[in-house]
Ligand binder design. Structure first.
Ligand SMILES: Cc1cc2nc3c(=O)[nH]c(=O)nc-3n(C[C@H](O)[C@H](O)[C@H](O)COP(=O)(O)OP(=O)(O)OC[C@H]3O[C@@H](n4cnc5c(N)ncnc54)[C@H](O)[C@@H]3O)c2cc1C
Length: 281
């Protein structure tokens, strides 16, 4: 059914997410738009569930075999200079690669994102952000695949909100705007933001970033810390001692361990929390 398209059947899903949690599943790697369209057509024809995989840095896979086709856009990895200050980055480009490209082209305004382990597609879809910035600031327009057709969606037609967008389609690439800046200043600022992350987050552990969303004045990490829950473990999952908003996988954590910790936090805080991570089932 997916003849000629790269596929890993029975893939270990731990290798496809930064949480390093998950059972087995099928991952497809279309090389171009034609293969991607064919994959989607086949999934729809055969009534197979599918899911677009970015860098898997916001995902919690199930412990059982996943009854869903994962579509990786890792081959959508080109970056092009467009007009002055505007760059087109395909969805599968890692943010790290984009940041290096921008530094080498003396383009600033994105240093805050250095260290977020996302792909361009995942970053824009989630409107990822840090240090009072977010992806929406840089977006000019987005190229998507929807109903079998490639379309351009302008920034003003997209609703971005906190860690959320209403982009309806598969992001193929994004036109992003930046401004001229000295290469050494960019390098220094990238390093600064990376160091800030390393200081405050369990950067060297398996995680999916912040588990919960902030809600107005409610800051989950602060509330969890105040309840004395840092370091609490269920199975292989632990509330990070470094940042109470992160749950880390100590090596053999399961989805059920993470979900149990989330439930425990909700009971202790007497509050239903809003998840930032995406729980796949
Ligand atoms: C150590 C660490 C630090 C982090 N720090 C931050 C931070 O500072 N700020 C922040 O906002 N987040 C942070 N995160 C979370 C995560 O990096 C972001 O949510 C990021 O935007 C997810 O991008 P991704 O490519 O990994 O997407 P994935 O996790 O693979 O997918 C996330 C969602 O995006 C969708 N998606 C991905 N690609 C596409 C596409 N091409 N078209 C349509 N939909 C797509 C997926 O279907 C899914 O719904 C952190 C995570 C970790 C592990």
């Amino acid at each position: 059914m997916f003849n000629g398209i790269e596929i890993i059947e029975n893939a270990n899903l731990k290798e496809f997410c930064t949480f390093h949690i998950g059972g087995r599943g099928s991952v497809l790697f279309p090389k171009d738009i034609f293969e991607l369209k064919r994959v989607i057509r086949e999934c729809e024809r055969l009534n197979l569930r599918y899911f677009i995989l970015g860098n898997g840095s916001n995902l919690l896979f199930p412990d059982y075999d996943l009854d869903m086709i994962l579509i990786s856009l890792k081959y959508f990895n080109q970056i092009k200079m467009m007009s002055k200050g505007v760059v087109y980055a395909e969805a599968g480009v890692p943010l790290f690669t984009l940041n290096i490209f921008l530094k080498n082209h003396c383009l600033g305004g994105f240093e805050w994102s250095f260290g977020i382990p996302a792909s361009v597609g995942g970053m824009v879809f989630m409107n990822a952000g840090a240090f009072s910035h977010s992806a929406m600031e840089n977006v000019v327009k987005v190229k998507i695949l929807k109903n079998g057709k490639v379309q351009i969606v302008k920034r003003e037609d997209i609703d971005f909100s906190y860690r959320k967008s209403n982009i309806d389609g598969i992001i193929l690439g994004v036109f992003l705007k930046f401004f001229e800046k000295d290469i050494d200043v960019i390098a220094k600022q990238q390093q600064f933001f990376l160091e800030e992350r390393k200081k405050s987050q369990p950067f060297d552990k398996f995680s999916a970033g912040s588990i919960f969303k902030r809600e107005n004045d409610f800051i989950p990490a602060k509330a969890i810390d105040l309840c004395g829950l840092k370091g609490l473990q269920i199975g292989g999952a632990e509330i990070s001692k470094k940042h109470a908003g992160f749950i880390i996988n100590n090596g053999d954590a399961k989805q059920i361990d993470v979900l149990a910790l989330i439930k425990y936090i909700e009971i202790k805080l007497q509050r239903k929390m809003v998840l930032e991570i995406i729980v796949i089932s």
